[in-house]
Design a protein around this ligand. Sequence first.
Ligand SMILES: NC(=O)C1=CN([C@@H]2O[C@H](COP(=O)(O)OP(=O)(O)OC[C@H]3O[C@@H](n4cnc5c(N)ncnc54)[C@H](OP(=O)(O)O)[C@@H]3O)[C@@H](O)[C@H]2O)C=CC1
Ligand SMILES: O=C(O)[C@H](O)COP(=O)(O)O
Length: 481
Amino acid sequence: MSLRQDNKKFHTLLNNKWVGSQSGETVKIYSPDDQSITGEIPALSQEEVDAAINQTADVQANWEATEGHERSELLHRWAEELEKMTDEIGEMIHKEVGKTLSSAKGEVKRTAQLIRHTAEEGLRTHGSFIQGDAFPGASKATKAMVQKVPHGVVLAISPFNYPVNLAASKIAPALITGNTVVFKPATQGAVSGLLMVEALVKAGLPEGVLNIITGRGSVIGDFAVTHDKIDMITFTGGTETGRHIAKKASMIPVVLELGGKDPAIVLEDADLDKAAKEIVSGALSYSGQRCTAIKRVMVVDSAADELIDKVKALVADLKVGLSSEDAAITPMIDQKSADYVLSLIEDAREKGASVVHEGVKDKNLLGPTLLDHVTEDMEVAWEEQFGPVLPFMRISNELEAVALEKRNAYGLQASVFTQNLENAFAIADKLNVGTVQVNGKTSRGPDHFPFLGVKNSGQGVQGIGRSIDSMLRDKVLVLNL
Ligand SMILES: NC(=O)C1=CN([C@@H]2O[C@H](COP(=O)(O)OP(=O)(O)OC[C@H]3O[C@@H](n4cnc5c(N)ncnc54)[C@H](OP(=O)(O)O)[C@@H]3O)[C@@H](O)[C@H]2O)C=CC1
Ligand SMILES: O=C(O)[C@H](O)COP(=O)(O)O
């Protein structure tokens, strides 16, 4: 059987064979643009998930024994095959998750680069050698060789918003280090994930080294997460799902990349033209459906009017429409997410926020909405909107921004806009987040930078080098001479 059952129905990958579910049950995926069916994927049963995990575990030792340079070569070939499929996969991302075609293709190209970099970086992992005499009572006759070994079977769970990139950023580091992988794609975006893996099969993936479990996370997720052959979990998605997974998984490493409420802090001496540009692109790219989107602006009162005017002017120029029309602001992933954004806007309006720019509202398509005079009693000041609404909170000085940030339940990134670098560094020191961007929007890339969230934004660190580290553990061999 092949990946495509027909032009809408797709199979999943088990032991390098494309198969459907034994029950014939499927899950349908609807386009955010017009709710038409873009694809159907197998809804695997727990028994099928069990078989997939066991098969992935069976071949792990062989894959670990494969020479590192061979694993690296496989990843290089994967990147090549992926690039060849840029148009096809880009088209599918575009349809499944409502990204414009150019940004969908951009995601595929970025992923090929990420895989190549991982293939290189993975060759440079190494352990260490420790002499015993540094500790009282021991001597140079005791020596430890600390090797780096894979965990075993990695469960990689990805979200809808980067169905290819945020899957490969887990799979590639797992494979290069000798882990085998059970891949659970987000249902919305799953076909793009399947196509990405088709490129890996074309590149020469050995049987069973990666298997895909498709189906609703709410049906098969807990079973997979608690399976005793899963040795490590790497997850990107919502904070509630991440917390649930962390509680369920016991005694295995879990890396979590979760939600954010990233602030842009704008001081009086900032270059306001630059700040406005960065804020608009940071907050509204892909209609704000990014964990790293700027999700609230804290601006000192004296600069607020000017900054908001500049942001308003840029936002007014953004084309709102379907992703197939190459609009800048496109329909949200589903109606439930759009309704949530609308509820945040309503709550703020009722509590006295001024709507300085209001977007169209047509089903799940929401034009960008700018809210000024947002105060601490409003939900949009604290809750992650994951959509095209941007609250502005006026502050009297940076200390107020730091105090507000202390109460942020999330801690992914923050931006500070000021021409005074010393001040920027001082503020950065006080912010409890994974990354502080000075005079730039919050964002994950370049993909070899460490990427992490604290508090409700995650645990563990990603970014190519750190993701590779997270896939390895120490194994110590002690020589007693
Ligand atoms: N920090 C970051 O980098 C990112 C964070 N996010 C956050 O994710 C949210 C939106 O993304 P979304 O994809 O909807 O996130 P979800 O948390 O709903 O889903 C993420 C993944 O988890 C799966 N899943 C759901 N339930 C379980 C379970 N019990 N066990 C195992 N897996 C499960 C989903 O499968 P299925 O699709 O089948 O339900 C999907 O593959 C936002 O809150 C956003 O902040 C999103 C992207 C990146
Ligand atoms: O999870 C997300 O939404 C992404 O990690 C954000 O990545 P980006 O900053 O490159 O859009």
